[in-house]
Design a protein. Structure first.
Length: 72
């Protein structure tokens, strides 16, 4: 930062908003962007994936962290 900046009259936190929600841009690869033309389409696909993931998680047991012995 340059030394000639004068922050002596600056106000700390002047633009801070604790309840502000940020929307971060998400960039899709070109082949994916051809299929999902809108943010609503992407959101719908991701919600479907989340529902499938939640269902799958309930159907399987958590891993013990060890490799099991091969079945005979």
């Amino acid at each position: 930062m340059k030394k000639e900046y004068d922050f002596s009259k600056g106000e700390r936190g002047k633009f801070y908003q604790p309840d502000a929600e940020l929307s971060m841009p998400i960039y899709l690869e070109p082949d994916v962007a051809k299929v999902f033309r809108s943010s609503a389409a992407v959101s719908q696909a991701l919600r479907s994936l989340l529902r499938i993931s939640a269902t799958t998680r309930r159907l399987t047991r958590p891993s013990s962290g060890r490799a099991s012995s091969p079945r005979r």
